[in-house]
Design a protein around this ligand. Structure first.
Ligand code: CDP
Length: 220
């Protein structure tokens, strides 16, 4: 019987969390749960239905009726793969406003904890080490300068054929970091027992190796 493990990866926007979480997840056969995708799905559906951030009752009903699960690292909402849509800049611009609502967080945190009870998971987000997987033995906090993070996001979106503007991406990242780290409920914050890795100094392979080595050593 393999022991139950869970891995938490937090950090600001564009720090490389999802790329690294997918690689580490493959290595240890963990289900990758992209919690940012879940907040993005809420923002997408709210936008489609014209529900603004003050209409808490409508948001709660909407979330109760959403079926979300992950398949091959992509978020499936009500049977449809929405990964492409939720990572568009127009969703990035509004997601933090929805993610600041305590009632929205409470619903999504409950869903995320249920997933972690059922599966061995690697989760990335903002409050994984501090709230969702508070008891995890494996917590990592990835950082990089805002300029480096904007550069990565720029390349990523450009490679998808989108028309992107570096300055606008940098502005969005700085704004989102501010909203995420100053909100009243479960703000973006390094857990006291998380290992901080500044990924400006390492490439993806190196960060993945640091994390995998740490987990391997602890499991021995
Ligand atoms: O991919 P990127 O780093 O740009 O962001 P993300 O992980 O997709 O998260 C999008 C947004 O969702 C964040 O800016 C937060 O506002 C919110 N979020 C959150 O509040 N808590 C989480 N556990 C994950 C994301």
């Amino acid at each position: 019987m393999i022991m139950k493990i869970s891995v938490a990866i937090d950090g600001p926007a564009g720090a490389g969390k999802s790329t690294i979480a997918k690689l580490v997840g493959k290595k240890f056969d963990l289900m990758y749960i992209n919690t940012g995708a879940m907040y993005r799905a809420v923002a997408l559906l709210a936008k489609r239905n014209g529900i603004d951030t003050t209409n808490i009752d409508a948001l709660m009903t909407m979330i109760d009726n959403m079926e979300m699960h992950f398949e091959n690292d992509d978020l499936i909402l009500d049977g449809v793969n929405i990964q492409n849509e939720i990572t568009m800049p127009e969703i990035s611009e509004i997601v933090s406003n929805y993610a600041s609502i305590p009632e929205v967080r409470s619903k999504l945190v409950t869903l995320q904890r249920k997933m972690s009870e059922k599966y061995n998971v690697i989760m990335d987000g903002r409050d994984i080490g501090t709230v969702v997987l508070k008891n995890s033995k494996f917590k990592f906090f990835l950082t990089a300068s805002p300029e480096e993070r904007a550069r990565r996001r720029y390349t990523e979106l450009l490679n998808r054929g989108l028309d992107v503007n570096y300055d606008k991406l940098l502005e969005d990242i700085i704004k989102r970091d501010h909203i995420d780290s100053t909100r009243a409920v479960d703000p973006l914050k390094k857990a006291d027992d998380a290992i901080e890795i500044d990924s400006s100094n390492y490439n993806i392979t190196e960060v993945t190796e640091i994390i995998c080595n740490f987990i391997e050593n602890a499991l021995q």
